[in-house]
Structure formats: C-alpha cells, structure tokens
Design a protein around this ligand. Structure first.
Ligand code: NAP
Length: 311
C-alpha cells in the first residue's frame, strides 16, 4: 500500500488520533508520527504503546517538515489548536480533523488557515467507544467503518485526495457530505442518543435518592446497553452539544415530542395508541439490523480488557 504521509503530526493523541496512528503503522503506510497534546502523561502512554515516535511540546516546531496533520482534540479546541500549529507548516502540508461536528469546525479552521484554507478538508470517522485517551486507542477501531469527509468550497482536489487516502489506508469506507447535512444527520443518530443516555442516567440517579431502595443496584442489560455511551468524556460531549447547538436542540425537541406521545398514551390508558407507537419503532429498529460486529482488539489497551464499539 502507498505511503499516506512521510511525517504526520497528530494533535490530540486520544482514542481517535491514537487509533488512526496504530492502524497506519500496522499497515506500514506512514513514516514518522509526532504527537502533540495537552498532558505529558497521555503523551507518555502514546509513546510507550508505540502510537507515536516522539512528542513535541512546541506546536510551531511540531509542524516543521510535516506533510499531514490530524487535529483530533475536542471540537471547540480544534481551530485554536490548529492556530498554534499553522505558522510552522510547510506549503505542501495537508490538514484534517476528526471532529464530530463539521459546519462550525470547518468554518473556524478555514478562518485560522486564511489564504491556505485549500489545504484543509474536514473529516469525521464514524467509530468510537466510551473510552478516552491514548490508552484506549485500538489498532482496528476504524476498520470497515465509515468516514465522512466534508470538503469546503475552498478545499483543493489534491487535499481531498490525500484525506481520502489517509482514512482509506486505515481501512475506512470514505464518503463525502455537505457539512450542514452532516451536522443534522449526526445530531439525530449520535448526538441525541448521547444526550438521552446522560439524561436517563441522571433521571434514575435522581429518583434513586428519593426512593427507599437503590434502583441502580438492579440495573441490567437494558439499562446498561442504552446508557453505555453516558460513560463517554463529558468534555467531548459538552463541546459537541454547544458546537452543534441548533441541530441538537431540534433533535431534543423531536425526542421530547415522541416521549410525550408515549406519556399521553400511558396516562390515558390508550393501548391502541401505545401499540401504534411501539410497533412503528419496533419495525424501524428491526430494519436497521444489528450493530456492527465487535471484534476483539488485536492490541490490548491499557485500561479495561473488553471494549464496546460504535457510536
Ligand atoms: P480523546 O480520547 O479524549 O482524545 C482527545 C485528546 O486531545 C486527548 O488526548 C487530550 O489530551 C487532547 N486534548 C484535549 N484538549 C486539548 C487541547 N486543548 N490541546 C491539545 N490537546 C488536547 O477524544 P477522542 O474520542 O479521540 O475525540 C477526538 C475528536 O474526535 C473529538 O473532536 C471528537 O468529537 C471526535 N470523535 C470522537 C469519537 C469517539 O467516539 N470518541 C468518534 C468520532 C470522532 P489529554 O489526554 O492530555 O487531556
């Protein structure tokens, strides 16, 4: 397979940045990988696990001589982090990100890059777990999963091709989508489920405080399956909710209306209405099929032996 980068900088060597580096290294399609980050401890883990070759504390120096940059930090930090790197970047360096929100991220990245905005193409790899940091990175996390690219009007064709090749080299199925369409779709199928899972956990914990017996002590498959994603990074999800505010609010409103239809049917003892709502959801869900297969990670992560996949 062809090399995708001679020197790659990963700003934010966490679950996504770390997993991409592991996948590229396993396939031998990347030269040197430089890690840029916030805490020295996470970068030490990345180094120890062989995710990166070296770390660089000074962002401007990190950018020198690189031909590809991935910014994989929480969404609101993407443009500011890119801003610290940009002065050191050679003219031929291509830049992408991994943010779960695209419209505002692409716009902010283009503002930061100014005249060289053609070198940027937004990405969102549709893969993940509820774990964070370099310790959670998995060599096959991205394999066989979708990656959505959201090239802007300024993105050049060579940039687009390089970013396609980057994710494809990690085994991903790449497709393109306008950033606005992306943000609406993922507000519904990713951001809303996370908000709902966090809310469900809090609702049950709050009710628990009032009750004589701890309900959470009896939480089993249904509760744990639905709320697994509420163990995700609050920092990451704060940023996603705020960056995609309007779409997330619209999704929450739609969800609220659906819950209210169920509440009214239950309150009125309206079995027919309840059956109609439940049957419609059952057939929609069954048409979706099962979640993507979860393969055992080939590289053992530092924390936790078993990890669930999928967003
Ligand atoms: P993560 O595991 O928490 O990794 C993020 C890394 O960024 C951390 O190692 C963190 O360093 C570093 N970081 C945070 N703020 C920083 C800053 N201001 N400057 C420099 N480094 C900073 O998160 P992730 O899951 O990989 O997510 C990264 C990006 O991918 C996010 O934009 C997210 O929306 C997107 N994404 C996530 C998933 C998912 O399922 N997790 C899926 C697709 C896309 P420290 O460890 O030192 O704090």
């Amino acid at each position: 397979m062809k090399r995708v980068a001679d020197r790659l900088v990963i700003a934010g060597v966490g679950l996504i940045g770390g997993s991409l580096a592991l996948a590229l290294r396993a396939r031998g399609v990347v030269g040197e990988v430089i890690g840029l980050g916030r805490s020295a401890e996470n970068l030490r883990v990345a180094r120890r696990r062989g995710i990166i070759d070296r770390t660089e504390r000074d962002p401007e120096r990190a950018g020198r001589g690189v031909d590809l940059v991935l910014v994989a930090v929480p969404v609101q930090a993407i443009a500011p982090v890119l801003g610290t790197l940009v002065a050191g970047l050679p003219a031929n360096a291509v830049v992408t990100d991994a943010g779960s929100v695209k419209g505002p991220v692409v716009a902010a990245a283009e503002r930061v890059l100014g005249e060289s905005a053609g070198r940027f193409c937004g990405s969102h790899p549709i893969a993940g777990t509820e774990h964070s940091g370099a310790a959670a990175a998995l060599v096959d996390l991205l394999e066989g999963r979708r990656c959505i690219l959201t090239p802007g009007a300024l993105t050049t064709s060579p940039t687009r091709r390089r970013v396609h090749a980057l994710w494809e080299a990690a085994g991903m199925r790449v497709e393109e989508m306008p950033a606005r369409a992306h943000d609406r779709v993922f507000a519904l199928v990713s951001h809303l489920p996370h908000v709902a899972a966090y809310a469900l956990v809090n609702a049950v914990a709050d009710a628990d405080r009032a009750g004589p017996r701890r309900a959470l002590a009896y939480a089993a498959g249904g509760f744990k399956d639905w709320t697994r994603i509420a163990a995700s990074s609050p920092e990451m999800w704060r940023d996603i909710c705020l960056a995609n505010r309007d779409e997330v609010l619209a999704a929450i409103d739609g969800f609220g209306a659906a819950v209210e239809r169920l509440r009214v049917a239950i309150a009125q003892g309206d079995g027919a209405a309840l059956m109609a709502e439940l049957t419609r959801a059952q057939s929609t869900r069954r048409r979706l099929g099962t979640a993507p297969a979860t393969k055992a990670p080939r590289l053992r992560a530092r924390r936790g032996a078993r990890r669930s996949r999928g967003r």
